[in-house]
Design a protein around this ligand. Sequence first.
Ligand code: GUN
Length: 298
Amino acid sequence: MAEAALIDGKVHAEHLREQVRLEVAKLVAEHGLQPGLAVVLVGDDPASQIYVRSKGEHSLAVGMHSVTHRLPADVSQEALESLIGELNADPLIHGILVQLPLPAPLDEKSVLAKINPDKDVDGLHVINAGRLASGLAALTPCTPLGCMILLRETLGDLTGLRAVVVGRSVLVGRPVAQLLLQADCTVTIAHSRTKDLAAVCREADILVAAVGRPRMIKASWIKPGATVIDVGINRVPFDDPEKAAAGKTKVVGDVDFKAAKAVAGAITPVPGGVGLMTVAVLLQNTVTAAKRLNGLPD
Ligand code: GUN
């Protein structure tokens, strides 16, 4: 069988950002409405700093208003939640994202609960999770929406396909399962306690891997021709013992990519796949929030 087609996150993310840029220009020209995104970073985690900088740069590049609040790791719960209150009240801000994870001992759930659900462009407020599960208009987590865009671009109509999601996190597993269900897939959520996980995965026409374990999903778990979406971003030592001894690391997904691409019909690489979609969808969610807050149709 031929090798799997590669699903190129870079191309799809660029396309989406261009659509958002046009939409922002239209909102400014026709309604004087410039979508605004506020990103809150607490502490100095190096990976979070990179993600937050990227979010700020991309929002400016599509013509949005962009604000980044950097707070020290020892900020109090009260001060952080008071900032959220200010952003909720700020008419220039339509999207609020608090970069996770928050340093201990800050209470993440309490912070997320303070965000106005209509500005919750991360889709992590329980109101948005509930709206999504109820099939109502919600702001939906960015990475799951990115997975759906890639699936639709690759497969077209998803009706009736068997989808298996490995992982049940609030950030990815649960919301992507809801979105697949909305797309009329037959959905299984599998996880670390699932019996005979390999056999469950082999049923999938669509396999979404979101477990956070490097190369856990083996080629023998994949149905020939299946579409594989790998959400994992795991840092591992290089295979080359010399590089590994020097402490060098690289990023791999949750799927054993090299072997899997000989079996799958289409697959996302890591890096270069779903990860690149997340920020583009965040921009799109901010436009959606700005429109809804101003009574404009989606
Ligand atoms: N940290 C890693 N992924 C995410 C995400 O999607 N949203 C937020 N807020 N923090 C993250």
